[in-house]
Design a protein around this ligand. Structure first.
Ligand SMILES: [Zn+2]
Length: 961
């Protein structure tokens, strides 16, 4: 497997953090209001016996709750309903496990027969044994007969797909009040869990997404929403053998399993038999119920009919493309990694016509679904538990992924394994992972960003991945790693989840015509840290001393001694520190090599020590003074046109006081551009003829030389309209994935990660004179993972070698920086957040006026620098019109998702020998000493008459600014 080249080096050692104890009690340095990694919900406090029946807080009546018009239970009626049930039944326990964006409680309801403290503790021990020691669990006869095999129903993750909630509440009531001995027996053998409304804000607002603007059922593995994260957190606590996610509406009941492409990291031979068998049982039950008003699937037309055909829609059987389980961003595709069989259930009747009547049908259908699944789990309890144990066992043993042959037949299966699925399975279903022995996340010189590495480890930990740390330096797979490097052994129960998070992914462009949603997501390639794959899963364990990691706090220090301190911002936390220090009034200057300098008087030093502790920044003595080409950093107040991902990426990197901007608010004057330092254009900004006042205000903003940062076709169109001509071409509609990017040594983006996400990718062919190429798509092996259908002018080969990020300066002095990648997509590509900060500060900040220094003035006449842009072969004009939007969602699951200069030269510069450790090229690695000597090197070079030395980015063009 090809690994990317380490993008530059970083100067960071293991120096102990210093003097935290001496911090003043009033530490003012606060992290951003949004953390990159969403912590595990502190509200999850599982009962130590059952039932636990607290009085749930009742929320005030909300007459405009959208549930009312739908004819279903409004949110405020849920707590009273559950309180009443708990008053009348000892089978029902309800608890608050999380809080929505608007502060509504998210409930977990557990239905089971009462348990003593001892029994509950025993159940917890067995649950843990199943995962931690699956072989022992398989051999434990008492566990096998007495473990209350758990199942879990999630309702209403999409807020305006209401009826899952009502059906689960009705079903809970049935279980609570039933006098049927079979029900008691089932509840003796199982815990049945219900998250009755996973997205209560969306339920009340009548919207699909969360109140903070995300689709929670695209948010697994990212954690931008509390709503998805609560399912993430409960998945390891409940550890279900079966999970159902109740949605709507697809005109006819639709029950997964999915068609291809299938996620490579599942134990699919253990997954698909029960997933498909359950779907068939649901089909039988629902068609037998013959619910008036329900609809059916017609295999002859692949359409929907009111005639009871005996069929529902099962994607694995009926939709062989376009409804896949490839990305782990959906609740069922995520929870499956906990050893669960999972199905997305789409209820039939949508949001038109007589809504209460349609809701009533959906509720009845959903109750049949739930009842059928409960019966299935109860009947196949042993098999499902064995299945879960076997999934964890294979992970712990590090067994290679098992390929199911295209011609698999029922007789190939073990006795008792459901076999109906084998008729359908063919070569298009075969997807398997190539598991490594481990992933190493180095720290120190081999790590692009120690803080991004620590953030990545935190993200792994909140997902339940086992991470170790080297307790001594080790040589692994031919490379040396220092003590403290993180080690993710792929022999672990959740190795499927670990690998789906850390593997590069695959380019499946040629395997399937269309994808349902995203096709690549690798945290290794997108979250800013260098991650290295080690060996093959069948390799023996390396003889390396490790210890378990339970947390990965950011750690930093401030060098002792007086003088100028500097650090090289690489990761998100570094930029958080920059913004926090600026907010405290600390003067920061940035050299053209990217290093940020601060002079350390006593008061400043206290703040730096806080920043080191909070953000993990290493402040080292640099010994230099501000050089030509440096810029003075100032807090930047950003007005943004964008989506939730844009807003949250800017927030997570530490920008505060963000001002949302729209064409409408600009036109009315509601947004005052004079209060904004920089306009960030994410989703594009265009005005109707009636909004001319908005056009005028933007024009005046640009005429005043105010800066712009944009992304994608929308950002490019804005820049082209208001700043200077800029043409963007976008990839095929719906294409998305991860590409390799090359960043020139002198780029604003120097030090960035060498891979980027795009949905779709955009590029800038034939940049006009004056446009600086800051980054390019790699000319070869451009596309690492994802799906990019080939279309004329919009294919991978059209993007290869083209500019993926550009900067320019307009006639008024406005600086503009535009990304062709998608650095904020759903707030996922964390590594790219730093790039936005780099672009913002480049565009917004003023050059430093350098005082004369005692150093002799160079006598050599400055010579213009040759243009830094690599030359490219002329490319034909794009034939395709750039599109700003990504692929259409399938009609039943519409989403709001988007798709998607010369610098000032104070003095023309003499070229400087690149200094190790400052660029993005594959340079020799350097240690700390090199950095602290940078200033000295510059000084020395000046003294020998080379001229002004500017390390790093050198620009030849002049600017009015
Ligand atoms: Zn849905």
């Amino acid at each position: 497997m090809q690994r990317r080249i380490l993008a530059g080096t970083v100067v960071c050692g293991f120096a102990a953090t210093t003097v935290f104890a001496a911090l003043p009690a009033s530490a003012a340095m606060v992290p951003p209001s949004l953390s990159v990694v969403r912590p595990v919900s502190p509200l999850i406090d599982m009962p130590t016996s059952y039932p636990v029946q607290p009085e749930l807080k009742v929320f005030p009546d909300l007459p405009e709750d959208a549930s009312i018009a739908r004819g279903v239970r409004p949110y405020d009626q849920i707590a009273p309903f559950l309180n009443t049930l708990m008053d009348t039944s000892d089978r029902v326990s309800a608890q608050v496990v999380g809080t929505s964006a608007q502060g509504r409680d998210i409930y977990l309801v557990t239905v089971t027969t009462p348990e003593t403290t001892r029994q509950t503790a025993q159940q917890s021990d067995w649950r843990d044994l199943v995962k931690a020691d699956p072989t022992a669990a398989a051999a434990d006869a008492t566990l096998q007969s007495e473990y209350k095999v758990p199942m879990w129903f999630n309702g209403n993750i999409h807020g305006n797909e209401w009826e899952g909630t009502d059906a689960t509440l009705n079903y809970i009531e049935d279980l609570a009040t039933s006098s049927d001995p079979a029900t008691t027996e089932m509840l003796d053998d199982h815990r049945v869990y219900f998250t009755v409304t996973n997205n209560p804000d969306g339920r009340a607002l009548g919207q699909r997404g969360t109140a903070n603007g995300y689709d929670p059922n695209r948010d697994f593995i990212t954690g931008a929403t509390a709503e998805a994260s609560i399912v993430r957190d409960l998945a390891s606590v409940i550890q279900p053998t079966y999970f159902i996610d109740l949605h709507g509406y697809t005109d006819v009941l639709q029950v997964e399993p999915c068609g291809p492409p299938h996620g490579e990291n599942y134990e699919y031979d253990l997954f698909v038999p029960h997933a498909y068998a359950t779907a068939l049982e649901i089909e039988d039950a629902v068609t037998a119920a013959n619910i008036p008003g329900n609809t059916y699937y017609d295999p002859a037309t692949a359409g929907v009919t009111e005639t009871n055909t005996g069929f529902i829609n099962i994607p694995y059987r009926d939709q062989r493309s376009g409804w896949d389980d490839w990305p782990p961003i959906f609740a069922p595709q995520y929870v499956a990694y906990q050893g669960a069989i999972t199905n997305t259930v789409e209820l039939p009747l949508g949001r038109s016509g007589d809504q209460p009547a349609r809701a009533k049908v959906n509720i009845e259908v959903a109750e049949v679904v739930i009842d059928t699944v409960v019966d299935y789990v109860d009947e196949h309890s042993d098999a499902l538990l064995d299945n879960q144990i076997e999934i964890f066992r294979r992970g712990e043993a590090g067994e290679p992924s098992r390929e199911i042959p295209a011609d698999v037949a029922p007789e190939d299966l073990a006795p008792g394994v459901p076999a109906e699925w084998t008729d359908i399975w063919d070569e298009t279903d075969i997807y398997n992972a190539d598991f490594p022995r481990a992933y190493v996340i180095p720290v120190g010189p081999g790590q692009r960003s120690d803080s991004d590495a620590q953030t990545l480890v935190q993200q792994l930990l909140v997902n339940g991945i086992r991470v170790d740390r080297l307790t001594a330096p080790a040589r692994l797979d031919g490379n040396d790693y220092p003590e403290g490097s993180f080690y993710v052994d792929m022999h672990q129960p959740l190795r499927g989840l670990a690998n789906v998070l850390l593997a590069d992914g695959s380019d499946i462009s040629d395997r399937v015509p269309d994808m349902y949603d995203i096709s690549a997501w690798s945290l290794s390639l997108l979250w800013g840290a260098q991650v290295t794959r080690i060996g093959e899963t069948t390799d023996p364990a390396p003889t390396t001393a490790v210890e378990p990691v339970t947390e990965a706090p950011l750690t930093g220090f401030v060098s002792t001694g007086s003088g100028t301190l500097s650090f090289q911002p690489r990761g998100v936390a570094d930029w958080q520190a920059v913004n926090a220090l600026l907010a405290e009034g600390v003067a920061l200057t940035q050299r053209s090599n990217g290093f940020i300098e601060v002079s350390g008087d006593a008061a400043t030093r206290v703040l730096l020590e806080e920043a080191a502790a909070t953000f993990g920044v290493d402040f080292r003595l640099s010994g230099g003074s501000p050089a030509e080409g440096s810029i003075e950093l100032d807090s930047v107040r950003i007005g943004y046109v964008g989506d939730a991902g844009d807003r949250d990426a800017l927030t997570k990197v530490g920008f505060t006081g963000l001002v949302p901007v729209t064409a409408a608010t600009l036109a009315t004057g509601e947004v005052d551009l004079s209060t904004i330092d920089l306009l960030y254009v994410g989703t594009g900004l265009s005005f109707t003829p009636e909004q001319q006042a908005g056009v005028d205000r933007v024009t005046a903003f640009i005429a005043a030389g105010k800066p712009v940062v944009g992304r994608g076709a929308g950002g490019a169109a804005f820049v082209s309209a208001y700043v200077a001509p800029l043409t963007a071409v976008t990839g095929t509609r719906g294409s998305n994935g991860i590409a390799i990017v090359d960043t020139p040594f002198e780029s604003v983006l120097q030090g960035t990660q060498g891979t980027a996400f795009g949905y779709p990718f955009a590029w800038f062919p034939n940049p006009a004179p004056g446009v600086t190429v800051e980054q390019r798509y790699a000319a070869d092996h451009t596309f690492v993972a994802g799906h990019w259908r080939s279309t004329p002018g919009q294919s991978i080969q059209d993007a290869a070698g083209q500019a993926s990020a550009v900067s320019l300066t307009g006639p008024s002095g406005t600086r503009a920086f535009v990304f062709g990648t998608s650095p904020t997509f759903r707030a996922h590509p964390v590594g790219a957040f730093s790039d936005i900060a780099r672009a913002v500060f480049w565009a917004a900040d003023e050059p430093v006026v350098v005082e004369p220094t005692p150093t002799p003035t160079p006598t050599v006449a400055p010579t213009p620098e040759p243009t830094p842009e690599p030359t490219v072969a002329p490319t034909p004009e794009p034939t395709a019109v750039p599109t700003a939007e990504p692929s259409p969602e399938p009609t039943d699951e519409p989403t709001a998702e988007p798709t998607s200069a010369p610098g000032p030269t104070l003095a023309p510069t003499a070229s400087a020998t690149p200094v190790p450790g400052t660029g993005s090229g594959p340079l020799a690695q350097t240690g700390a000493a090199d950095v602290s000597s940078l200033g000295w090197l510059a000084l020395a070079a000046g003294m020998v008459g080379v001229g002004l030395v500017v390390i790093g980015r050198a620009r030849s063009k002049t600017s009015t600014r």
